[in-house]
Ligand binder design. Structure first.
Ligand code: FES
Ligand SMILES: [Fe+2]
Length: 471
């Protein structure tokens, strides 16, 4: 459960964030071993966290492990189609029920399989059905028949789904997932993420804290400094906004003529004299250098025709409207029907969401570029970084994908993501400098980062809470 914010006069509140009050926060959350240890009891066992796409466990008996910090969870699909989740531990002497090796050096993302009918512990053979009930103990009489079902069953974990994702929560008293997702979930529901499928999915162990990694993808304020080449066709002025636990960023513009509901996300007009050309250049550059994600082939192709299909006098609003209409028609012709997202929702949905604590989704009607980050081992300077692209495919044409270990190079990830990676370990190192006076996050463009720390502090007994700068 999210604890209420303690009253501390200088502590940043949600209202302060809306008012864009200047703030800072300590670096313990990134650097401290004690903080990392505290996350194991105060954070990870208390939050809803995404495990995997539902489509990875389509059939009865499909199962997989999900590990975070020192917790290991087994999720499986039962014969009736429902999902169950248990702590991956035998109640006898504590052997893992399913052996999960360290992720490195063998690059094991998780352990999974099919046709699971029961769990048999490899140590002394205690056996459990798919509801977690104990069905076999060798020599139970030795316990003088005093063992009860409650003592010998598996420890259950809450499991639910949203947007085509499987989520777990280890806290039996947690709020329902729907409540946890709140308005963020309601807005993203319009994009029908559950109808998208993996296009690619990659992971690696990185040399930075999990928060340093996720924050590299939370705000577009870094685009001008990190992805300088992208400025040729578009401006990257951004806004961001807290939605309680979660938060959103949008492209923003100082120019009134570009203010339209579409301009908040990736389907927006390019800058310059001829927006027919720059809109195409902008989306093509984005698509090709973000590893063929954050847009689709259909959108890029439709944008390439703008210069032929529209007069030079077309306004940015007309260009976007025409582009979206023709991409939608092209997709419909191949069996990909776009969800109807009302304009006001499209505008509110912005560019990308940070879902507390460790999930990012940059969404469109037919695609999503997503990230998930977890701690790795007991080292605050390491994390498990995962990124994946979702797309809405014609039925039967979904590609077969699996988790691929990919070192952080431009070849593996595209040049834009490699540019992001090039900052992460040096942010982690730089924050250790005795000359670093503490972060100065942008109150307009980097609220998602600030909001992450505000919410973390609510779980972490106040540790790391953003405070107002006394200016
Ligand atoms: S530890 Fe599992 S049966 Fe003994
Ligand atoms: Fe970036």
């Amino acid at each position: 459960m999210n604890k209420p914010e303690k009253f501390e006069p200088n502590r940043l509140t949600a209202q302060d964030m809306d008012d864009e009050v200047l703030s800072t926060y300590p670096t313990d959350a990134f650097l401290s071993k004690d903080y990392l240890q505290a996350e194991k009891t105060l954070l990870w066992p208390k939050v809803w966290q995404m495990v995997e796409r539902e489509t990875d466990l389509p059939n009865p008996g499909d199962w997989m492990t999900y590990d975070v910090a020192e917790e290991s969870i087994v999720v499986l699909r039962k014969d009736d189609g429902t999902l169950r989740a248990f702590h991956n531990v035998c109640p006898h002497r504590g052997r893992q029920l399913v052996s999960v090796p360290d992720m490195l050096p063998r690059k094991v993302h998780d352990v999974r399989g099919n046709n699971r009918k029961n769990f048999i512990c490899g140590f002394h053979g205690w056996t459990f059905d798919t509801d977690g009930n104990n069905t076999y103990i060798l020599d139970p009489q030795d316990w003088q028949n005093k063992l009860t079902p409650e003592m010998t069953c598996l420890s259950e974990v809450q499991v639910d789904t949203w947007g085509g994702y499987i989520y777990i929560n280890m806290d039996p008293d947690c709020v329902p997932l729907k409540e946890w997702m709140g308005r963020a979930g309601e807005i993203l529901d319009h994009f029908e993420l559950e109808k998208m499928r993996y296009k690619w999915r990659q992971w690696a162990i990185y040399d930075c804290n999990w928060k340093t990694a996720i924050e590299a993808f939370l705000e577009p304020y870094h685009v001008a400094g990190t992805h300088t080449q992208l400025l040729a066709y578009g401006d990257y002025y951004a806004l961001s906004k807290q939605y309680g636990l979660h938060s959103v960023s949008s492209y923003d513009t100082r120019e009134e003529k570009f203010q339209m509901s579409e301009s908040a996300g990736t389907t927006r007009a390019g800058k310059g004299d001829d927006a027919r050309v720059s809109t195409y250049e902008l989306i093509k550059e984005n698509y090709e250098t973000i590893n063929y994600a954050a847009s689709t082939e259909t959108l890029v192709n439709a944008a390439s025709r703008l210069v032929d299909e529209l007069p030079e006098t077309a306004t940015p609003t007309e260009i976007i409207a025409h582009w979206i209409k023709s991409a939608k028609a092209d997709d419909a012709a191949r069996g990909v029907i776009w969800p109807e997202v009302p304009p006001e929702i499209k505008k509110e949905s912005g560019l990308a969401w940070g879902l507390f604590p460790n999930q990012n989704i940059l969404h469109g009607e037919t695609f999503a570029l997503c990230y998930r980050v977890r701690p790795y081992g007991d080292d605050p300077n390491k994390c498990i970084f995962e990124s994946y692209a979702l797309e809405r495919f014609p039925e039967g044409e979904e590609p077969e994908t699996e988790w691929v270990y990919a070192d952080p190079t431009g070849e593996n990830w595209g040049s834009v993501l490699a540019q992001d990676f090039s900052n992460m370990q040096f942010v982690q190192k730089g924050m250790k400098s005795s000359g670093f006076r503490g972060p100065l996050p942008n109150p307009h463009q980097e609220q998602k980062v600030i909001n992450l720390h505000r919410n973390l502090a609510n779980f972490m007994e106040g540790c790391g809470a953003p405070t107002k700068l006394g200016i």
